[in-house]
Design a protein around this ligand. Structure first.
Ligand SMILES: NC(=O)c1ccc[n+]([C@@H]2O[C@H](COP(=O)([O-])OP(=O)(O)OC[C@H]3O[C@@H](n4cnc5c(N)ncnc54)[C@H](OP(=O)(O)O)[C@@H]3O)[C@@H](O)[C@H]2O)c1
Length: 264
């Protein structure tokens, strides 16, 4: 598979370098004005350096959303014809992508998250124009190389995926920060508190992804009646404080995702 990346920053390079390392793509060209160093991809500073007749099976658009159109229309038209254009950009709709790429390209939206950098990502995929099951499966396989990947039925579901798994890593990082701060307040050295919070997050996540694991049973396993965990959980659960806060936060992220998709 011949792949072109527009934008080879944090997310683009995490995906592209993993695909090259796993041998999933044969040739990978990345257009990025920052010309990232020390990567396996062939890097070009601008689309003008592409051969006019270059053809790619897959074009991944991984620039900031505001630069989407500019990056796509800079490509020579033959490279777009018949290609699958996959956008990982938040809030750039299929309609906008098709308008920029032309009707002969199949357009896919993907919403990955930063754990793709350690092959533990989640990616939601949506397309109204890529119908061939074999092409859909091969695209899913690429994203599965860096975690899990699922096809969504409706484009609007991408706003929910953005709010849960796209932004989600930041919620867990914030919780770890708060837990480490609580540890410091209880008298632990800062470095130790940070290490305990991070390793606890990793251990809990590992338990959560075991087959047949369910969140409630896992929580109950730690929570003996009237014990220490029960005392803490009672604080989180008073008037469902934590649950209500998480719901409100996710709704705010979903609403912002919708707002970003509106034409400016
Ligand atoms: N970070 C996340 O958690 C996350 C999750 C899911 C999706 N996304 C999406 O992923 C996209 C990229 O995010 P990121 O965090 O990887 O950003 P990033 O690290 O800033 O990467 C974007 C790259 O695109 C380059 N670029 C700018 N203009 C370009 C152009 N016209 N053609 C080609 N490349 C161009 C930038 O170069 P310069 O720096 O030199 O301008 C930069 O290297 C965003 O649209 C975001 O919505 C991010």
């Amino acid at each position: 598979m011949n792949v072109l990346f527009l934008g080879y920053g944090k997310m683009g390079s995490a995906l592209g370098e993993a695909w090259l390392s796993n041998g999933l793509v044969k040739r990978l060209v990345a257009v990025d004005p920052g010309r990232p160093q020390g990567v396996k991809a062939e890097v070009l500073g601008s689309a003008a350096e592409l051969d006019e007749t270059s053809a790619f099976d897959l074009i991944v658009v991984a620039v900031k959303p505001a630069l989407a159109r500019e990056a796509i229309v800079a490509l020579p038209q033959p490279s777009l014809d018949g290609a699958i254009v996959v956008s990982i950009m938040a809030g750039v709709t299929c309609a906008e992508l098709s308008a920029a790429a032309g009707l002969r390209a199949a357009v896919v939206r993907a919403m990955p998250n930063t754990p793709v950098m350690v092959n533990q990502g989640c990616t939601g995929l949506f397309s109204a124009t890529l119908e061939d099951p074999a092409r859909r499966k091969s695209l899913q396989t690429l994203f599965e190389a860096v975690g899990i990947a699922v096809w969504l039925e409706r484009e609007a579901q991408l706003d929910a995926v953005t709010a849960i798994s796209g932004s989600g890593p930041a919620y867990y990082h914030l919780f770890s920060e708060a837990l480490a701060d609580a540890g410091i307040a209880l008298g632990l050295p800062a470095e130790l508190a940070r290490k305990l919070a991070a390793q606890t997050a990793r251990g809990a996540a590992e338990l959560q992804v075991q087959p047949q694991a369910d969140f409630i049973t896992l929580r109950q396993t730690v929570t003996s009646p009237n014990g220490t965990t029960a005392a803490a959980i009672a604080e989180f659960e008073t008037e469902e404080k934590l649950r209500q806060l998480v719901k409100k936060a996710a709704q705010a992220a979903r609403d912002r995702s919708i707002e970003l998709s509106q034409p400016s």
